[in-house]
Every structure is written in C-alpha cells, then in structure tokens.
Design a protein around this ligand. Structure first.
Ligand SMILES: Nc1nc2c(c(=O)[nH]1)N[C@H]1C(S)=C(S)[C@@H](COP(=O)(O)O)O[C@H]1N2
Ligand SMILES: [Mo]
Length: 208
C-alpha cells in the first residue's frame, strides 16, 4: 500500500481552482530584480507618455501627469483578487486600493490609446502590456495593501496591479506608462519570459 505522506511536501488544497502548476502561498514573498529604490512621495510623479512616433522630432509627449496629491484626489477603487507569480506561488484574496487606469485615462482625456504600453519604474524595471489588459477595470495603480500603505519591498509607494496576468506584469515602484504602437519586450520578457503571461494558459516563457 502506498502511503502518500512520503510523496513530497503536502501543499494546502485550494478552496477554488488556481492556475495550472501553481501552489498556494500564505505569506507574501518578495521578488525583485534589484534593490528596493528609495521613493519620496514629495517628488514622486506618474506620467503617461505618447509613443515616440507621435511626438515632435521623434520624442514622446506627456499626455498626463499626477503627483502624489493629485493621485490621491482621484476616485479610489478597491481590488479583491488572487495573484499568481511565475515562480509558481499563488496568493488568494488579496486586498488593494488605488486608482484604476480607466480613471487616469479619463482624467487625462485619453480616448484613443495605442494598442500597447511599456510600464516603467524607479530602478529601471520595465514590463509590456496590451492596453486592453489594463482598462475596463483590469489594471490598478495600487498604493494600499490590506488597509496599509504599500510596503517599499512590495512596490510602495505605488505599483501597478494587473492580477489576471502573472505577477511580473505588476510593476513595482511604477512611475509611468509609455504607449507603443506595437508590442515590445520589457525586462523579463527580454530574458525569455512570455510576452503576454496568462497564468491560466501557463504562459510562463517564450513559446508557451
Ligand atoms: N520594478 C519592479 N517590479 C517588479 C519586479 C521587479 O524586480 N522590479 N519583479 C516582478 C516580479 S518577477 C514579481 S513576481 C512581482 C513580485 O512582487 P512582490 O515582491 O510584491 O511579491 O513583482 C514584479 N514587479
Ligand atoms: Mo516573478
């Protein structure tokens, strides 16, 4: 007779389906490609920039910018959601508060966006996303986690949250979005991570 207790470490049974290949994580692991940058909300600013092609002389234009007070003065939205890291942990029922990308686009009068954005961050991290994956209530600029200011190691003061894609798309210390008329790889995507990253289709790496 087989005693299953000897077959690997037992993981808790998820209360509802989680994406293939994932296991449940109770804690909140920190995964950063570099050191945690020191970000001062007194000088922090978030900008949305046009693609270079639209700007004069090949530069890009600023389509919207918000300092800390301006961000906090916008309508605030709560996300209650599961998150899925490509390193195979999933964390259920996380609570976030911030400003949706819809709200930013509306505030900036952006009605006809390009098809893709590159999110850019303090510290130099980037990640690419289709615009349709951050609008219609799917993307949040989050400043609060579990009722507290978002901790620096988790991307505070502000991170992007796009929970239906692998968590590497949720850029920490995010400082802006730059429109792109065609898709281009960000930091991890340039090292072979999937350009899109749908956890339910297990799109971890190029070709998945
Ligand atoms: N700026 C920045 N954002 C980032 C990263 C990073 O290294 N730098 N790592 C990504 C990866 S791979 C993951 S899994 C999550 C981890 O977020 P956490 O540290 O809050 O768990 O942040 C993503 N966002
Ligand atoms: Mo990750």
């Amino acid at each position: 007779m087989i005693n299953n207790r000897f077959f690997g470490r037992r993981r808790p049974e998820p209360p509802r389906p989680i994406p293939p290949g994932q296991y449940l994580e109770d804690g909140f692991p920190v995964l950063s490609a570099g050191p945690t940058p020191r970000v001062d909300t007194a000088t922090w600013e978030f900008t949305i920039q046009s693609s270079s092609a639209n700007g004069s002389e090949g530069g890009s234009e600023t389509l919207g910018s918000w300092d800390w007070d301006a961000l906090n003065a916008l309508p605030q939205t709560d996300f209650h959601t599961d998150i899925h890291c490509v390193t195979k942990w999933s964390k259920l029922d996380t609570d976030w508060r911030g400003v949706t990308i819809d709200t930013l686009f509306e505030d900036a009068g952006i009605t006809d966006p390009d098809d893709f954005v590159m999110a850019f961050c303090d510290g130099g991290y980037t990640t690419n996303l289709p615009v349709e994956d951050i609008v219609d209530g799917k993307g949040l600029l989050a400043h609060t986690y579990d009722g507290e200011p978002l901790a620096p190691e988790h991307g505070g003061p502000v991170r992007l949250l796009v929970p239906h894609l692998y968590f590497w798309k949720s850029a920490k210390w995010v400082r802006g979005l730059k429109f792109m008329d065609q898709d281009a790889p960000g930091f991890w995507e340039g090292y072979g991570y999937n350009m899109y990253g749908d956890p339910w289709r297990e799109q971890r790496y190029t070709g998945d």
